[in-house]
Design a protein around this ligand. Structure first.
Ligand SMILES: *[C@@H]1O[C@H](CO)[C@@H](O)[C@H](O)[C@H]1NC(C)=O
Ligand SMILES: *[C@@H]1O[C@H](CO)[C@@H](O)[C@H](O)[C@H]1NC(C)=O
Ligand SMILES: *[C@@H]1O[C@H](CO)[C@@H](O)[C@H](O)[C@H]1NC(C)=O
Length: 605
């Protein structure tokens, strides 16, 4: 016995691999095939469970209690003590609907089904000062109350019912499921709702060469001014979602105290578009979102193909596989950014959070598959007493489904509760600065209120307080109009579209320098209506360049520009028309300070 086993062992040791494999295959063949299939299935399920970031078992083992909401705020914040501490939703826990316990499933479900309530909006076409048109979709509280007698009533001018303005996300409009959830529930609370659709969405065609983008705050600014003017007694609350949240926070940061907004909420904001752009191209699943969003953007471009093919690189748009491709071939060319990265850096709201002066609730989920947690500005929110950041473990992108039926969204409830608590507290923001009427600000403001800028031959800038004698702005403007009407021969390719730049400090943050702002408005007006005289050109160039100096503190800009102007003037007697001349100058200005100050589109360079 002893010798046999010794012999066997020595043989086995001598031929270890061969014998071992033989035995192994024998054993492997003996196992029934369906055991293998079962094993494979389990492996696949494990892989999918991980890939889809499912958290069903985690929820199960924690007894479906959900996870607490993480609040980040400044320890001496009145907003927290007076408002947020009273919000039960924000102090509770969030549990995802058990059959949707994955950020990806939640997000997809929201976009493909979403279980939105039935809403029918009342549409108002809004005309922006640059000639752009977009839709304001209203849902009044009596539209959902079931009382039909009020159906055709309008909101009174002195109505004190709060109005909630909603800014949708990228390529979304008032018909998106989450917008309907939000609009319906807010109106059900007894408040009036208006969805401010982006340009070119919601079935409204684009009427100028100006498209919206992630950093385009002009439209929300105008809408809010308009609403405040129309309904001065109604407190205005604003909710931004996704890209809309980015636009909202950027707007609030840009205008600081000077916004007639009582309170705001930013839900699932991307915060930092550059980080977001890197994140979305990193992993397989994120790439799918990237692709899906790009298809949405291409659909948007298709709607406005004639303009996009003139302004942007249509071939590039069609070939785009990622948002970055699309931004490179479309957004950058239309919005005049040097590159996609420049666009992302300048449009990111994270650098504006610190300057927000109205109560702002920010909601994000850590597992948001589109807007990564890496970009959430915890420190900025902690430093600003006006912001409270509410972070949940789960929820996906704008989804946050809750309840066993998955028919309500947690963030909608949280936002409404926050607004209600804010409304009944003394912490609603009131616009402190003198309010500028939206129409008069655009149509009547002129530089004759403040000092003109004089340019002397040596390139120095002088400001004087009694500039009225220089040019009568209104008269000039009128003249130009007449001229334009008689001579509408400027081809479409030659029009200039101006959008206000990010750094134009609003009048009210610099009370002593309000002329700056008005000067900017004047320039815009002149530039839109076209130039006639050399004086005009000089005036605009001076104002703009002076503005550049003020804003950037980069004085050499002026000298540089001055040289360019002189060079252009010297050439002017050749074939150059005013139009070309101006384009040249503005081209130079934008090239000098494009990132900082103004975005000018030029077609005829
Ligand atoms: C809270 O706000 C104050 C003043 O706004 C600031 O000095 C302080 O640093 C902030 N706290 C934190 C933790 O950032
Ligand atoms: C501005 O320029 C005009 C002529 O170009 C000159 O008459 C006027 O004195 C100047 N004003 C100042 C304040 O330099
Ligand atoms: C219109 O333009 C033509 C040439 O382009 C010019 O001769 C004419 O004077 C202009 N009319 C007006 C009213 O400016």
């Amino acid at each position: 016995m002893h010798t046999f086993s010794a012999m066997y062992c020595s043989e086995a040791i001598a031929e270890t691999p061969a014998v071992a494999y033989k035995l192994f295959f024998k054993a492997a063949i003996a196992i029934p095939i369906w055991h293998y299939l079962l094993g494979m299935l389990l492996l696949c399920m494990g892989f999918l469970y991980n890939l889809l970031e499912l958290h069903f078992f985690h929820d199960l083992f924690t007894g479906f209690r959900g996870s607490p909401v993480l609040l980040t705020y400044n320890s001496s914040s009145d907003l927290y003590r007076g408002v947020v501490s009273k919000c039960r939703t924000l102090h509770g826990r969030y549990l995802a609907t058990p059959w949707l316990s994955s950020p990806h499933i939640q997000t997809s479900f929201l976009n493909f089904f979403g279980k939105p309530p039935r809403v029918s909006y009342k549409r108002q076409l809004f005309h922006a000062s640059d000639g752009g048109t977009f839709a304001l979709d209203w849902l009044r509280h009596f539209d959902v109350s079931g009382v039909t007698t009020h159906r055709y009533r309008d909101i009174c001018k002195d109505d004190t019912t709060p109005i909630v303005v909603m800014i949708p996300g990228l390529t979304s409009d008032s018909a998106s499921p989450y917008m309907k959830h939000l609009a319906f529930n807010t109106a059900k609370h007894g408040w009036n709702v208006v969805v401010s659709n982006h340009r070119g969405l919601g079935g409204v065609s684009v009427t100028t060469d100006c498209f919206y983008n992630a950093g385009w705050t002009g439209d929300v600014r105008e809408v809010i001014k308009y609403l405040h003017h129309e309904y001065p007694e109604a407190p205005l609350f604003v909710v931004g979602t996704s890209i809309g949240a980015n636009i909202l926070v950027k707007y609030l940061g840009e205008d600081g105290e000077n916004v007639p907004v009582a309170g705001a909420a930013a839900v699932s904001s991307p915060w930092d578009l550059l980080i977001g752009s890197r994140f979305i191209s990193r992993r397989l699943l994120q790439k799918l979102y990237d692709r899906a969003l790009t298809i949405g953007l291409q659909g948007y471009a298709q709607l406005h193909k004639s303009r996009y093919s003139r302004l942007a690189n249509w071939e590039g748009i069609e070939k785009s596989r990622t948002i970055r491709d699309f931004d490179t071939h479309a957004t950058c060319l239309v919005g005049n950014y040097e590159s996609a990265d420049t666009y992302y850096r300048h449009s990111s709201s994270c650098s504006f959070v610190q300057r927000v002066s109205v109560p702002l609730l920010c909601i994000s989920a850590l597992d948001d598959p589109v807007c990564t947690r890496e970009a959430i500005p915890f420190d900025e929110c902690r430093a600003n007493k006006n912001t409270v950041l509410a972070i949940t473990q789960h929820g996906g992108h704008l989804a946050f489904f809750e309840g066993i039926a998955g028919s309500s969204l947690w963030w909608v409830r949280a936002v409404n509760e926050f607004f209600e608590a804010l409304h009944s507290s003394p912490f609603m923001h009131k616009q402190k600065a003198q309010n500028i009427d939206p129409h008069s600000a655009v149509m009547q403001s002129s530089v004759d209120q403040g000092p003109y800028i004089n340019v002397t031959d040596d390139g120095m800038v002088a400001a004087t307080d009694n500039g009225r004698s220089d040019v009568d702005v209104e008269e000039l403007f009128k003249e130009k109009k007449d001229h334009d009407q008689n001579n509408r021969t400027v081809s479409a390719g030659e029009e200039h579209v101006f959008t206000s730049g990010v750094n134009l400090s609003p009048a009210v943050r610099n009370p002593g320098k309000s002329w700056e702002f008005q000067g900017h408005e004047y320039c815009r007006k002149v530039l839109i209506s076209g130039f006639t005289t050399k004086q005009d050109v000089n005036m605009v160039a001076c104002l703009y360049s002076h503005h550049i100096d003020l804003a950037s503190g980069w004085c050499s800009t002026w000298f540089h520009l001055q040289k360019e102007v002189q060079k252009s003037l010297a050439r002017k007697d050749t074939k150059m028309t005013d139009h070309h001349f101006v384009s040249q100058i503005l081209y130079r200005i934008t090239h000098l300070q494009r990132r900082k100050i103004l975005y000018v589109k030029y077609w005829d360079i």
